[in-house]
Write a protein of this length. Structure first.
Length: 483
């Protein structure tokens, strides 16, 4: 555990994130927090922030406090220099700890700058490595070219949450419940989901719906009839004339059947994601995914047979006890299937994951990621004809890396870009779903549904009322812009 003594709480979040990036296995606490029983303090870190300087363990660094944004950046750079010297290491993403590494290069390109200028800016401003700055800039340029083709004015996307899975994975912290325990409440859940969807459709009828994404959980844990019901509601309630993409996470191969795929196809679902996470059977068994590598292949081939020509596959780098050679083998097997997209996630284990809550049972298991492995995935994607088109970062990512979506030309997951870049609103229905209203000038309003399914069922009217207030803010913001 690392104990940080800080004379102000204004930059506590930024300092916590950066210290954690250098010491991912350590818990970081501040002066008002208490150590847990039997917890040993590895070291203390005394930080004093003054008007023009920052003192870290007696070492003084100049900072610029002309405005909060500049102050945050210079404080993080000063702390980075100290921690880099102390640990004798650098971070591939430098001081960047936020979710959107493409934000700065997009700004520069939008302002008329070149890709080279964006790369050099990231290196100077955030101490980002040239490799990562180049990746972020490539993605930013591709996102801009795609976003500029979309009719974003008075538009939104729809997220439909199905919070059920065949089993819960060891690393999972999403809103997800074992489907077997909820069979009796499924129809009631769909009743509430339909009520929420119809409310959204009515309130947003003057806005253009661009993309629809059904995620979870694993939406294909629903039966073919239940999938038909949800998608029929969508077709009946919403104006789909401007929709450019309907995507469903088919997710777990053990939840995929021919009748479900045919149901999705009949409702004009164009994009699905089949997510093995790994093609190593030993890892699948360890993390609690009750399917085989063979089922992954069979499900993919079945989807092609049914007629899906836009199939994404998800992989996770840094899974429990996997080696670089395991990842190399996984990538080789994926290449044989020839997916249209490949999303590479760096493992990020949140507090609610079973791997964290039952640490003693897994203390001998390691989770490893590196720049070399991420480069391996990028090279393999390129050999498959897939190129990076969106990316984001999370807390506690193995190796301090990133998540990257790759695809062939014309198979970009548009919803993914819209969700990450905050360029239009996302209306979300279902337990644990979070609606995000883009109000302009950097203002965002969120309306989160409760995660617990039973509570969602009992409080559906409260969820709808909360969403209505957020939608009202969006309407007001749009009216102000138009006036």
């Amino acid at each position: 555990m690392i104990h940080v003594q800080l004379n102000t709480d204004e930059y506590e979040y930024d300092i916590h994130s950066l210290v954690k990036a250098f010491y991912p296995k350590e818990r970081v606490i501040f002066q008002e927090e208490q150590a847990r029983p039997n917890e040993v303090i590895s070291f203390s870190l005394a930080i004093r922030i003054m008007p023009d300087t920052m003192e870290v363990e007696g070492q003084v660094y100049e900072i610029d406090t002309t405005n909060r944004s500049v102050a945050r950046n210079t404080i993080k750079k000063a702390l980075y220099c100290y921690l880099s010297k102390r640990t004798n290491k650098t971070l591939p993403w430098g001081t960047l700890t936020g979710v959107r590494p493409t934000k700065r290069p997009m700004e520069i390109i939008r302002q008329g700058g070149t890709g080279i200028q964006a790369i050099e800016d990231m290196e100077k401003m955030y101490y980002t490595s040239r490799q990562k700055a180049s990746l972020a800039t490539r993605v930013a340029a591709r996102e801009i070219s795609l976003l500029d083709k979309l009719p974003l004015e008075r538009s939104y996307s729809l997220y439909i949450g199905i919070p059920f899975c065949p089993t819960r994975c060891l690393y999972c912290s999403f809103t997800s419940y074992p489907i077997g325990a909820w069979q009796e409440q499924l129809e009631e859940y769909l009743d509430c989901l339909e009520k929420e969807l119809r409310y959204i459709a009515e309130k947003m009828k003057d806005f253009r719906l661009l993309t629809i994404y059904m995620g979870g959980g694993t939406p294909t844990t629903l039966s073919a009839g239940q999938l038909d019901r949800v998608l029929s509601v969508v077709e009946d309630a919403f104006d789909l004339s401007a929709v450019t993409e309907i995507c469903v996470e088919a997710g777990r191969p053990d939840s995929i059947t021919r009748d479900k795929l045919e149901t999705l196809k009949r409702h004009h679902v164009g994009r699905i994601s089949i997510n093995p996470q790994t093609m190593q059977q030993k890892t699948l068994d360890l993390i609690g995914r009750k399917h085989t590598v063979k089922q992954v292949v069979e499900s993919f081939q079945l989807a092609r047979l049914v007629g899906f020509d836009d199939i994404n596959m998800d992989l996770i780098v840094g899974l429990m006890d996997e080696t670089p050679s395991d990842m190399e083998d996984t990538l080789s097997q994926i290449a044989q299937l020839k997916p249209d997209g490949l999303t590479v996630h760096s493992l990020a284990i949140k507090r609610a994951a079973r791997f964290n809550t039952d640490k003693e049972a897994y203390e001998d298991i390691t989770c490893y990621n590196s720049e070399g492995i991420m480069q391996m995935t990028m090279d393999a994607a390129a050999q498959m004809g897939l190129w990076p088109y969106y990316m984001y970062r999370q807390k506690n990512m193995a190796g301090n890396m990133e998540n990257v979506g790759y695809c062939s030309e014309g198979h970009e997951g548009i919803y993914n870009i819209l969700m990450m870049e905050d360029v239009h609103s996302i209306l979300a229905a279902g337990a644990g779903a979070i609606s995000k209203m883009i109000l302009g000038e950097g203002r965002i309003s969120r309306a989160a549904n409760v995660k617990d399914v039973t509570t969602y069922l009992n409080r559906i009217d409260d969820m709808i009322e909360k969403k209505g207030k957020a939608i009202s803010l969006l309407m007001a913001a749009c009216n102000m812009e138009e006036s």
